[in-house]
Write a protein that binds this ligand. Structure first.
Ligand code: DAT
Ligand code: MG
Length: 151
């Protein structure tokens, strides 16, 4: 099933110049970018985004990190895209993330793990709404489409 997911290159990824390589991986896979913007996430939005982690020991550090500089937010679209994008990111702790994944190739510690991806289709819908207006989501055909999918 074709679905959308939310992904964000976190401030460490932006500062380290990894945006291009991260985006390249999604494009290479044939995953369609349907929205993308750079923003410094306001604290209130970060709190809502990570509300499931409120009260946990790492919550304050997480909010400081995620609001410390610009992030690049994206909506990705593709077959089973929530799970596919998460698989491409790798496990939360880069030490556990397989080589070949974004976190496994570019990261070392959980608190600086480069990228966020929605963990379920419900989270994806919620997070896309938090970060994007409907008019920011593009409906466009990419040239590869005829060969990426069966008719
Ligand atoms: P994920 O980002 O893989 O969905 P998560 O939702 O459990 O992981 O946690 C959100 C972010 O919070 C994660 O990317 C990094 C940070 N984090 C999670 N667990 C942590 C921990 N034990 N110590 C420090 N930071 C943590
Ligand atoms: Mg999560």
């Amino acid at each position: 099933m074709i679905e959308k997911t939310f992904a964000m290159v976190k401030p460490d990824g932006v500062s380290r110049g990894l945006v291009g390589r991260v985006v390249q991986r999604f494009e290479d896979r044939g995953i369609k970018i349907v929205a993308m913007k750079m923003m410094r996430i306001p604290r209130e939005l970060a709190e809502r985004h990570y509300e499931e982690h409120k009260g946990k020991a790492f919550f304050d550090d997480l909010l400081s990190y995620i609001t410390s500089g610009p992030a690049v937010c994206m909506v990705l679209e593709g077959e089973n895209c929530v799970a596919t994008a998460r698989a491409m990111m790798g496990k939360t702790n880069p030490q556990d993330a397989a080589s070949g994944t974004i976190r496994g190739d570019f990261g070392q510690v959980t608190g600086r793990n480069i990228i966020h991806g929605s963990d379920s289709s419900e989270s994806a819908k919620r997070e896309i709404k938090l970060f994007f207006n409907d008019y920011e989501l593009q409906k466009h055909e990419v040239a590869d489409e005829a060969w990426l999918f069966e008719k």
